[in-house]
Design a binder for this molecule. Structure first.
Ligand code: GLY
Length: 321
């Protein structure tokens, strides 16, 4: 019989503060390992300084993800992959494990830090805002717009030019083998995310992405979809995903990982089980980070590499690529 006895919050005084960040699961080339590692470590440090000073998990996650969005190494904010039309198009989301509220933004242009806009949506009248409406909401929130070209880096512009030169299919030819409809394994790059537990007992999950390389304009992956790219429930824990968004969405991966925590499966086993299921059930590739409400960490991926860093109060910092 399934153990469903997870009705009461487990967090309270004496629980550790904790922060887990990831910088994407994909075949990170050797020459990009060091910048991925460094970026994750600095993002962790920027979020950790918030938690250590008694700040909120919300502020810590925003700080960590903003750093990763600003670091052109990562596929989020500046440095994002380009869609089939050569544009940056961004998605992000944030979820509060206490209230189960979430805020998400999709198909964004001209927003340097989508995570900050998602945070504004979290406390606003909607749960998800798209495209022009999201931009108008940003202006109303005094979040400045940039030129979308400011988010494009030379590395991605060259990759798009190479792809375009070899791509004869019409954009809307649904039979084309674009990375948006098949595995983006070879195209690479994927998503950033964070989960934090604070001294006040809050649990927050957050993520941000440029999506899959050369995606159809308007395509939305798992990242901003609650239960797919992220889920947080302070009663048990949280999960944030990275990888092929179509497959992760089909699996409702993050919600299912949290459900395993509800059945008292450890975060590590929950992460491993769900990533195995992703591969077996839908041929998906990617990874996830999991943090239980009592500060235990789980990490798993089925790609050649995933960039991550984490810290739990009273224990040394851990990282890897
Ligand atoms: N995992 C990000 C995306 O597929 O859009």
């Amino acid at each position: 019989m399934i153990d469903c006895s997870f009705g009461e919050p487990e967090r309270g005084k004496g629980m550790p503060i904790a922060l887990v960040v990831h910088g994407g699961a994909w075949p990170i080339p050797d020459d990009q390992v060091a910048p991925h590692q460094q970026g994750c470590q600095v993002a962790l440090a920027s979020g950790w300084s918030v938690l250590e000073a008694g700040g909120t998990a919300l502020d810590a996650c925003e700080a960590a993800v903003r750093y990763l969005e600003d670091d052109p190494t990562f596929n989020a904010g500046t440095g994002s992959v380009l869609n089939a039309e050569g544009d940056v198009e961004l998605d992000a989301a944030i979820m509060d494990g206490q209230t189960l509220a979430y805020g998400a933004v999709v198909n964004l242009h001209r927003i340097r830090n989508p995570i900050s806009l998602a945070r504004s949506v979290l406390v606003g009248p909607a749960t998800m805002l798209a495209s022009d409406g999201a931009e108008r909401f940003a202006i109303a929130q005094n979040i400045p717009l940039c030129d979308n070209k400011d988010l494009v880096v030379e590395r991605e512009r060259l990759l798009w030019q190479q792809w375009k030169a070899n791509c004869n299919a019409s954009l809307l030819d649904l039979k084309q083998t674009s990375p948006a409809r098949s595995s983006p394994q070879s195209a690479g790059h994927d998503t950033v995310g964070a989960i934090a537990l604070d001294v006040h007992g809050s649990l927050i999950a957050a993520n941000s992405t440029g999506g899959t390389p050369f995606k159809l304009p308007g395509r939305v992956g798992d990242t901003p979809l609650v239960g797919c790219g992220l889920y947080a429930d302070v009663l048990v824990g949280a999960c944030v995903c990275t990888g092929w968004g179509e497959a992760i969405t089909q699996m409702a991966l993050s919600r299912r990982a949290v459900e395993l925590l509800e059945h008292r499966i450890s975060p590590q086993l929950a992460a491993e089980h769900m990533v195995k299921a992703l591969g077996r059930r839908v041929g998906g590739i990617g990874g996830c980070i999991v943090l239980s409400a009592d500060g235990r960490v789980g990490l798993a991926w089925n790609t050649p590499r995933m960039a991550y860093a984490y810290r739990v109060e009273g224990r040394p910092t851990a990282w890897g690529v």
